[in-house]
Design a protein around this ligand. Structure first.
Ligand code: ATR
Length: 280
């Protein structure tokens, strides 16, 4: 019998998760099917009850349910507790366990490129939303301590720092205050929606004066693949990592939780690249 997996969110139509998970099931000879479920905020509780009633084996959770689903689950894994959000649910014999694979997915995407000792590296994190929280928590857990935060609304960046369960040093700036800052970073992470299609020319800040040749610049946006921010970073000679890395690594971690099998991440990347290039 085929086992059922899926993703719940609203909207959900453009999710590329079904594409990569269904391919991975086929590739690894697993009898599984992965479906998108559009679930409105007011129907989340019924949907979660439905996971148990229908025997759905695993789900990904996306906007707007990542936080609100937490009290509806039977157990919250440490990964989700520290980040304060769930993006993956496992149905273990009728018990629903919430995990978060976004943070580790992000970390896996940048790890091969960061040469500097984590405790020595200077990091700039741009943005203070849900994605920034998953990334900050994971970077701090992995031993990065020098992390400056910059966000349009400075108070949100302050809150983000306070929510971080690990000790970090670093300054907090509004975007306005940060302008004209000269400081060389080893890792710069862009987590805002600035530069997302269709506003492809927008950038949160200028990179000149902030990077050297070993700097890793990453943008979690993957549509477009090369944001204006990443293009500028490349032009200035930095190493760049696009948002596909985080997306496929969070998916791979979820797949592994559900099946015990480590999927082929490069295969997942190729599927996403092909789809995105076809769309542009
Ligand atoms: P997510 O959960 O995807 O991170 P979010 O919680 O809505 O989404 O956060 C979006 C981030 O993008 C925030 O850092 C937001 O800045 P504010 O905290 O000031 O709202 C940032 N952002 C979105 N649009 C922006 C814009 N036009 N200019 C500057 N920052 C923007």
């Amino acid at each position: 019998m085929e086992e059922i997996f899926g993703v719940i969110g609203d909207p959900i139509g453009h999710s590329m998760s079904p594409l990569i998970h269904n391919d991975a099931f086929k590739h690894h000879h697993i009898k599984g099917v992965y479906l998108p479920f559009q679930v409105k905020k007011e129907h989340l509780k019924e949907a979660v009850e439905g996971i148990k009633a229908l025997g759905i084996k695993g789900l990904n959770v996306t906007i707007p349910h990542k936080v609100s689903i937490m009290p509806m689950l039977d157990e919250i894994d440490e990964s989700a507790r520290l980040i304060g959000a769930v993006n993956t649910v496992q149905n273990r014999d009728g018990k629903l366990i919430g995990y978060n694979t976004d943070g580790v997915g992000f970390y896996k995407s940048i790890k091969p490129f960061v040469q500097k000792e984590h405790s020595e590296a200077q990091v700039l994190l741009i943005g203070a939303g849900g994605a920034a929280r998953a990334i900050l928590t994971t970077l701090a857990k992995e031993g990065f301590v020098n992390i400056d935060l910059v966000n349009r609304t400075k108070e949100r960046a302050q809150q983000l720092k306070e929510l971080c369960p690990f000790q970090i040093n670093g300054k907090i700036y509004s975007l306005e205050e940060f302008r004209h800052t000269v400081k060389i970073y080893d890792l710069i992470v862009q987590t805002t929606s600035i530069g997302m299609s269709p506003h492809v020319h927008a950038k949160p800040l200028e990179l000149s004066g902030l990077i050297h040749e070993q700097t890793v610049v990453t943008d979690i946006i993957y549509n477009p693949l090369q944001t204006a921010f990443l293009k500028e970073a490349k032009k200035l000679g930095a190493k760049t990592v696009d948002g596909v890395g985080m997306f496929v690594h969070q998916a791979a971690q979820a797949f592994q939780l559900w099946t015990g099998i480590e999927p082929n991440v490069q295969r997942m990347k190729n599927i996403v690249y092909e789809k995105l290039r076809g769309a542009s």
